[in-house]
Design a protein around this ligand. Structure first.
Ligand SMILES: Cc1cc2nc3c(=O)[nH]c(=O)nc-3n(C[C@H](O)[C@H](O)[C@H](O)COP(=O)(O)OP(=O)(O)OC[C@H]3O[C@@H](n4cnc5c(N)ncnc54)[C@H](O)[C@@H]3O)c2cc1C
Length: 454
């Protein structure tokens, strides 16, 4: 079976490559291979009742399937070069922003219309932050919410399904180089194509490493972000979240000069488990629908670590810390900020007596036994710094869930077309280590599609 273009992975990167290809050249024969399920079959078995924690399904419905890792995300679509990836380093700042805006317009046409676009431009909070040694990054943020994000994906699939051939539950084992194209090998079949777009995301990180080794594509190690997810009453951050929705704030610690940043803010949201290659970490999301909102806001506080010599395995370091929390807590650990400062563990009764109701059923414990001192000190310093712009952040009852780890794929060597040293083979999205967000991953998909068509 021969295609003009084969796309591996149906996350935002893969979806928007396919969309743009058939938009610009409808006669192209395009196929998408996806290890996970079709959208309607994606269902995480955790129901909080019979199944309370991750049972490590063969294909994780949170991370894999049509929509990729973003399908049940909060759908925060950040239009910025300040975070979410370094696509601009390859294609330029202006083109990167234009592509993100282009994808935003498509999302609006496919069901996102009416959702709010927040912006940091001209906000008074920039000044308030800087007066307190905190730095608010620039961004426009479209908040689709988990519910509308799903509707957009449903509509995109309905539009694409007759124009592109989808192979779900089809794990690609390897990619081989042919004289005039590529062969994509799955369990029982081999498919050929002239151009191959690889968009396997975070869940495909180990596979990506293997393919790069086999095909002699250079890579370099990336950073890992380690920290906690903070949960507090929504009112504490309401003045910021009502106006900005998501505020990305960076702080440089006095003690070590490390940068700590807020990440993935979910006003009136819920804290959730995340399973990356069998390791349980924490994440968060929120709904646009007021009926599904909670009393709490959550966000991550992360410290970036980058190793180069002699130790290079930044992800391995992050995994070891996450495994330690899984060993001590059987999954995610939760601790009150007051308990952490007093040097004592949180217990079920201490959590119960607190004034905040946790939105995730995590094990009460002691995060100081899990997180390295340098990282924990940085987080504590940042909580006190945030307390100055959002009083109440450093309250006794503020909940800290650990650990939150943001793994990044190793960065692959590609050119300004995101093409590898092999002509016609492109690596995009989070799988390339270049993007780490819905907007950058989608934009990278449009970028390669346009290059292929040209
Ligand atoms: C819980 C959660 C919440 C998030 N919230 C946000 C948010 O609000 N805003 C934001 O910007 N980002 C968010 N993110 C990150 C965002 O989802 C990713 O940056 C984005 O999905 C990356 O897109 P991608 O297409 O590169 O990869 P992915 O979305 O990871 O898609 C890759 C796909 O490739 C498939 N695949 C992997 N290997 C193979 C193989 N060998 N064969 C076939 N298929 C394969 C996978 O099954 C997967 O479906 C969130 C992530 C999670 C997990």
């Amino acid at each position: 079976m021969k295609y003009d273009v084969i796309i591996i992975g149906a996350g935002p990167g893969g979806i928007f490559s396919a969309y743009e290809l058939i938009q610009k050249k409808p006669e192209l024969k395009v196929a998408i291979f996806e290890a996970g399920h079709a959208l309607e079959k994606r269902k995480c078995p955790i129901d909080g009742d019979k199944i309370k924690t991750c049972i490590a399904c063969k294909s994780c419905s949170i991370m894999s399937g049509f929509g990729g890792a973003g399908a049940f995300s909060d759908g925060k679509y950040n239009i910025t070069n300040d975070f979410g990836g370094t696509l601009y380093e390859y294609i330029g700042k202006k083109p990167a922003l234009e592509l993100m805006q282009y994808v935003d317009e498509i999302n609006m046409r496919f069901g996102g219309e009416g959702t709010k676009l927040y912006s940091t431009a001209g906000t008074k909070f920039k000044t308030i932050c800087i007066q307190n040694d905190l730095h608010l990054l620039d961004a426009s943020v479209r908040h689709l919410g988990t519910d509308i994000n799903y509707v957009v994906l449903e509509n995109l699939y309905a539009y694409l399904k007759d124009k592109v051939e989808f192979f779900f539950d089809t794990y690609v084992d390897s990619v081989g180089i042919l004289k005039d194209g590529y062969e994509v090998k799955c369990k029982d079949s081999v498919y050929e194509c002239t151009k191959c777009i690889v968009s396997v995301g975070r869940s495909g990180s180990k596979w990506m490493e293997k393919v790069c080794k086999e095909l002699d594509i250079n890579t370099k190690s990336n950073r890992v972000d380690i920290g906690v997810r903070v949960e507090l009453p929504a009112t504490v951050f309401a003045h910021l979240t009502d106006e900005l929705y998501e505020s990305k704030i960076v702080y440089r610690t006095e003690k070590y000069g490390d940068k700590v940043r807020t990440f993935c803010m979910n006003p009136k949201g819920a804290v959730v488990n995340e399973n990356t290659n069998g390791i349980i970490t924490v994440n968060g999301h929120s709904y646009e629908d007021p009926a599904r909102q909670t009393e709490n806001t959550n966000f991550a506080l992360l410290v970036a670590k980058h190793f180069s010599e002699p130790f290079k395995d930044s992800n391995g370091y992050g995994e070891s810390i996450a495994k330690l929390s899984n060993m001590l807590g059987g999954g995610v650990i939760v601790q009150r900020f007051g308990d952490l400062i007093r040097g004592r563990r949180s217990t079920p009764s201490r959590i119960e007596e607190s004034f905040i109701t946790p939105t995730l059923n995590a094990t009460p414990g002691d995060l100081s036994l899990v997180l390295p001192k340098r990282i924990l000190d940085g987080i504590i310093e940042m909580i006190y710094a945030l307390d100055k712009v959002a009083p109440g952040t450093a309250n006794e009852d503020t909940l800290l869930y650990g650990v939150e780890v943001k793994f990044y794929n190793m960065e692959v060597e590609v050119d300004d077309k995101l093409e590898t040293c092999h002509k016609g083979m492109y690596i995009i999205g989070d799988g390339s280590g270049i993007t780490h967000s819905l907007s950058h991953a989608s934009a990278s998909g449009v970028h390669v599609a346009r290059n292929i068509v040209e």
